[in-house]
Design a protein. Sequence first.
Length: 650
Amino acid sequence: MEPFEESQRQIRTAVIALLVILPCGIFGYMLLEQMSLLDAVWMTVITLTTIGYGDIVPQSPIGRIFTLFLIVIGIGVFVFAAQASLNVLFSPELSRSRQRRRADRKVARMRQHFVICGEGEMVNRSVEFMIQRARARLDNNRRSTLFRPFTPTLLDLLVVVTKNSRMANKLRHDGLTVIDGDPTDEATLQRSGIDRAQALMAMEDTDTETLLTVLTANSRNPELHITAAAHDLAFAQKMLRAGASSVIPPFEVAAQFLNSITFRPAVSEFFSSILFDNTLDSAHIVQIFMYDDSPWIGKTLGSLGLRDRYGAAAIGIRREDGTFEYVPGDDYVLAEEVVLLVVCQTAYITDLQNDSRQGTQFRPHPATWQRLVNTEAETNALTSYTAKESEREAAAVTKHYVICAGGMVARSALRKLSPERPFVIISHDHQLTESLLKRGFRVIQGKPTDEAVLIRAGIYRALALMVAIDDRAESVLTTLTARTLNKHLLITASADNDDLVAKLYRAGADRVINPYRIAAQFMLLATTRPVVSDFIQYVLYNRLTRLETAELYIENDSPWVGRTIGELGLTEGYAARIIGVRLSDLSFIYAPPESFMISNGIVVLAVTSMDRFDALREYAYGSASRRPQSLRTTRPVPFAHRAGVIQSLS
């Protein structure tokens, strides 16, 4: 029996003993001392409590003997009860019981809230981002000169369910609502208010527990939006069948993000700036649902004056059938049930939502669709290489990308790449080397910490270097060596903790990602803004939709210089639309109008068909083989990692 339960049993026993002794004492005094009922009650109470005022005393010897027995029994019972009471009063279980009641009362008042289930790094990172976002929103409201009525932050709508008591105590200390218990248990999920919740995130330590959580949550609330984390793609498919709306494989997402910041750094910064930056002067992507009472229905985008009134621009639309249109024109007519994706200054988001009549009050969102896990096959070249042929090919390539491969993130990243592109892989894993050569990649066998190996990979001629190595010391040394050899090289890396992130930045890396941080960010995105998440996957780089967002570096001899976007004829000739422009000061213009004039030094970000990407690049550069001089910028540590790095450096 648990100590708390034993103490409760002792208290019950003491109470029963008192209920027996008290009438016995009263009856005894009335019988032996011929006392009245009131005197007998008084005598019994002061005797049991050992007070003894002396105003009434037993007169007969038998009465005194009875009193002695009553005193001994009374003291024993009171000591027994006092000990049990103190055990209960100072028991951790009592504190947990109070916390449980407080949490249950708070959850009972919640409607359309978010539930996070699980423990470990993914939960920690998700909560960390929600705290940062809530604090940024409160800070923005304080700094804003506009009047803002109080609106709840994500933290006010968050319930964390975990069986890790240490994590639960830490989260409570941070002011969060926590339910102690096993998320796979239906009763525990019911305590979290899952029947009234808007969405649930399942991030257990094992895929099996995550699957059980998804199954339990879906059986309790089939309408619930469920986002799950899966390390094994086989489990990802099972989670979808069990009822998950979206499944995020952490290492797959991290690999895709690492590829993006390496091969398309301007595109990566563009999307990161509108997804994860919550400062007052930043822009943010907002999903605006066209409900039946919206005054925008039936109007064209151009007539809304979004850019003039809010400094906003529409970059996408989800149609009623679930398909997307990217960078819609000013003549696009809004209809009921579509979702408009708008990039807007953070300070004006509330005004924009109120204008569309979405406001801050929750309404049921239009239908969403279950997302499929991307299990596309690896891309192979028409021919494979031998080790010697690979060395010769690597020696001839220029303006290429060098990838130092080793570990899960690297393998996931390589699965998404085409050998037809200018990649050179460095690997000291013979099995990995053989498989990459068969796929048609140029591979250099050796350790990337070796300066000679980096030179054989063409480090002097490369545009970028990706360091995706599990060994921490090897990762830092590779970065340091590469930076020494090429000052103009863009260097990206992955790191499994914030301490290593800081070390890689000191060693010379330009961008460093933590897979768990990235996965947590996209878990939150897929849960709180699912339409935005779907749109990013749709246009960023998607072999199923055959779309990608390309970055085109405009130099003074580009045939585009001096021409407006409308004059380029991109939609008609290349099925491309410009989603953004990075200016020479590294700031962005979102969905620029057709009157925007192309100038030297900018980077044009265009959503285009994969089949027409090479033709579009040739049109912009004047040559099919031309590449930019450098991908590296002087931009400081990106905001997506800034908090973790500053914390590590302090």
